[in-house]
Each structure stands twice: as C-alpha cells, then as structure tokens.
Design a protein around this ligand. Structure first.
Ligand code: DX5
Ligand code: ZN
Length: 218
C-alpha cells in the first residue's frame, strides 16, 4: 500500500523570540501539521508552553495543529484544546487511567484522538483501544526535551504496530516523535509510519524549508 508521507515540525525547537517568523517559514514549506509540545513539569521533567502561547501561534498558523500533551490528567484540557481548533489531541497512555473514555471524549469533541507511548511502553498497551484511536504516536526519545538521540528499537515497534493495525484493517495513523532526521526518516516511513515529527532536524538545518522536503521525500 502506498501511504502519504507526512511531516510535522515541532515548534519546541523554534526561536521563541521570533515565533511568528518561524511559523511564516513553515507556512511556506510543504510540512503537513504543526506539532505543539505541552509539558507540565510533572509528567515530564520540563515545562514548555501553554494555551496563551498556542493561541498566539494559531493566529499565524496555516496548517492543522497536532497537540502533544506531556501532562498528567490531560482529559481536563479537552475543552481548551477543542477551542484551540486542534486537528489532533495526543495524550499519553501512561497519563490516562481511563484511556478508552478519554479517547472517546476527544473524538466527541470533534478532534482526532491520538494516544502516545513512551519508549518503555510496549505497543500491546494500545491493542484494546485501537478502534478508538485515530492515531498512535510512538516516542523515539524519552519525552521532555528536543535534540535527543533517536532510540533504534523504535523501528521494530513501528513494524509491530503497523502489523496490528493492518491485520484489523483500521485507518489508524502511526506517528513517530523524537530524534527524527535524514538518517532515519526513510526507514521509519518504510517500517509503516505515516507522520514524522521533527524539531531540531528542521529548525537547526541551514535551510529549514528545504529540509522539510528532504525529510518527506527520503
Ligand atoms: C520531546 C517532544 C518532541 C521534540 C522533538 O519531548 O515531544 O516533539 O520536540 O524534537 P527533536 O526532533 O529535536 O527530537
Ligand atoms: Zn512531541
């Protein structure tokens, strides 16, 4: 099957002093979504930005928003993410006791339901919610920071998840987040990924617009 290769640059690596410029740059690129990383300093050992900043980003963004909540009790913020007009709301499996309910609530709010797994969480943990997830995101670094090294074991997890999704003929998308770069993008798409997130690979490139194309077409 031929899958569309999608790329979602992570704004965590943008220049926060000149955010509008970076967003304009991405608007002109062939990237598919804007990946927004929200951290609470509890679920992950870092704090990034919250709703006022994302509201400001949204004013400039011409691409759909893929919101990645690295926070405890993410279900509390479904109304806020909905008001933001996000396409995807990604919650961590590890942060949701009642994941099945949360995914349904996200869908009922009119968004794509996304469930994210940390590197240490096996893909079988989403086996019983696959019908309720529009997207499963596999972390290929431990969440909390941009610029970390890609964990090689992720290829195998993508393959196993792809097999699980295809066996049940589901439309669930696979996204991979962390350490994505020229060296691993092709192999991740081949393993079955639909969407790759890239922070430092895009924003630290000499020509970020060109880098988006390189990552999508490799
Ligand atoms: C990590 C975030 C990632 C990160 C990706 O906690 O979820 O989205 O910003 O950045 P790179 O591509 O630099 O690993
Ligand atoms: Zn992320």
């Amino acid at each position: 099957m031929i899958r569309k290769k999608m790329l979602a640059p992570s704004l965590l690596s943008a220049d926060f002093g000149h955010l509008a410029n970076d967003i304009e740059m991405l608007n002109k690129s062939n990237c598919d979504w804007f990946h927004l990383d929200v951290m609470d300093g509890v679920f992950v050992p870092n704090i990034s930005f919250g709703f006022p900043v994302m509201e400001a980003m949204k004013q400039h963004a011409l691409k759909p928003l893929d919101v990645h909540l690295m926070i405890e009790r993410p279900e509390k913020f479904i109304p806020e993410v909905q008001r933001l007009g996000a396409l995807v709301m990604n919650v961590h499996q590890e942060a949701c006791v009642h994941l099945h309910r949360v995914l349904q609530q996200i869908r009922n709010a009119g968004m794509m339901s996304g469930v994210t797994l940390n590197p240490s969480t096996p893909v079988c943990m989403v086996e019983d919610v696959l019908e309720d997830a529009d997207l499963v995101m596999l972390m290929s670094v431990n969440p909390g920071f941009a610029g970390q090294r890609f964990i090689e074991h992720t290829y195998e997890k993508v393959e196993r998840l792809r097999e699980m999704i295809d066996r049940r003929h589901l439309p669930t998308l696979i996204e991979v987040d962390g350490g994505v770069c020229r060296e691993n993008a092709a192999r991740l798409y081949e393993a079955g990924a639909d969407v790759l997130v890239a922070g430092s690979a895009v924003f630290r490139a000499q020509n970020p617009v060109e880098e988006v194309d390189i990552l999508k077409n490799c």
